[in-house]
Design a protein around this ligand. Sequence first.
Ligand code: SAH
Length: 457
Amino acid sequence: MSLPVEKNKTYEMIVDALGSNGEGIGRIEGFTIFVEGALPEETIKVLILKTKKSYGYGKLLEIISPSPYRVEPLCPVAKTCGGCQLQHFSYEGQLAYKAKKVKDDLERIGGLKNVDGLTACGMEDPWRYRNKAKFPVGMGKDEGVKIGFYAKRSHRIIDTPVCYLQDPVNDEITAIVRAFMNEFQISAYDEEGHKGLVRHILTRVGRNSGEIMVCIVINGRRLPHSEVLVERLQQILGVVSVVLNINKEQTNVILGKKVVTLWGKETIEDTLGGITFEISPLSFYQVNPAQTEVLYNKAVEMAGLKGNETVLDLYCGIGTISLFFAKKAKKVFGVEIVPEAIADARRNAERNGITNVSFQVGAAEEVIPRLFREQGIRADVIVVDPPRKGCDQTLLDTITSINPDKLVYVSCNPATLARDVARLCEKGFEVKDVQVVDQFPMTVHVETVVLMSRVDK
Ligand code: SAH
C-alpha cells in the first residue's frame, strides 16, 4: 500500500498538537508526522525524513505562519541541547499545553468526562530555577575541554558556558573547572574508550541556606593539583563543600558510590517548608524547591488535615512529603524502596525533631498488601508519589480496600496517572480535584496532584 507521503519530499502541513517530547504533530492526508521544533497552530513546510507504517518523521524547513506563542529561545544552543525542549514556546503557551496534556490524558485514558477549567500553576520567573546541575565533561577536538549538556538523543557534549535553567553560580563554577583542566592538562573522560579522568561536574545549591556543593566525578582515585581547584572554588561566595566522587565503572550512571571530601563540609543543608534537609551528592532532593513547596502545600491542602489523621506516604523518597504532612497529622508512615533514601528520611525527621513519623524500606506493592493482610493496616489519608511508570495495580487494589477518606496522588506522568485513576474509579473512587504544578519550566515534564475519595463520601 502506498503512503500519502514520500521520503525526501517536502510538504505543507498544519501542526495541531505537541507530542510527549515537545515535537509538533500534524497530519498529511491523515498520515501522522512528527516534526521537532514545530508548534501547534503553525503551518509549516516539512521535509519527510523517515516513514513507518502509520507515521513518519519530518524536518522543519520553513514556518509559513507561526504560532502566536512562538518566541525566540533565550539560550543560543536551545535547538541542539537536549536539556530543554520548549524554549521556543512562550511560558504562557507551555502552561496551557501542560494543562491540556493532563486534561486529554484524564479524559482519553482515565475515562473522565469534561475535565474543564484546568490551569497549570506556573512560576513567576521560570528561569534559573534548578538547584542541582549535572554537567558532562569531554574533550573537544582542538578547543580543549567541553563542559555542558548532551545533544538531543546523543552523548555528544554541547559546550554550554551559560545555562538559563541553572543557578547563575554554575556559570562561574564550570568556567573555573574548564580553565583549571586546560591549564593543568587534566584529561576529560572519553566514554567510548573508557579513558580519561573527569567525567561530570555535579553542583547543588541550597536555595534557602545559600550553601553550595561542588562535586567532581572522576574515573580514578585522585585529581592532580586539586588543591589549586579548591582554592579557586573557595573564592565563590557560598561554596562550603568541594568533594570528589569516584566512578570507575564503564556505565551511563553518573555517580559512583564513593565520595571523598576535598575541602569543607560533607553535606549541605537546605530548607523546604521550614524543614531542614541534609543533602549529599548521592541523596535525592527535589530540583525545583520553590515549586515543590507549592506542590506539597497543595497536597496538604487537598488532604484537609485536622490533626488526628493517620497518613500513609507511599514512594516516600527521603520523606519530604511525610515531613510536610507530619506537622499537620497525628502519624505518618512512609514506604520507599531505596534503603539509603529511608536512612536520609529518618535522619531528616530526627534533625527536625519530628517524632510522629516512621519509615519502612520495601516495595509499596509488597509492604502495604502484607500489612493489610496481616495487621489490617488502616489510614485516613494515603499519599502516593510514584515514579513515571505509576502505581502497581495490586497496590491500587489494596488502597481501595484500606478505604481511606482521601487519596492524594502526586504524579510526574499524566498517562500513568490517568491509567491509575481509571482503575481507582472502577473500584468506587472518584476524582474531586486536579491541580497541575509546573515543576520544570522549558521542559515537557508535567507534575499533577489529584484528590480522590470514595464516591459516596
Ligand atoms: N515523594 C518523594 C519521592 C518521589 S520519587 C519526594 O517528593 O521527594 C518516587 C520514589 O519512588 C523514588 O524515591 C523511588 O525510589 C521510589 N520507588 C520506586 N519504586 C518503588 C516501589 N515499588 N515501592 C516504593 N518506592 C518505590
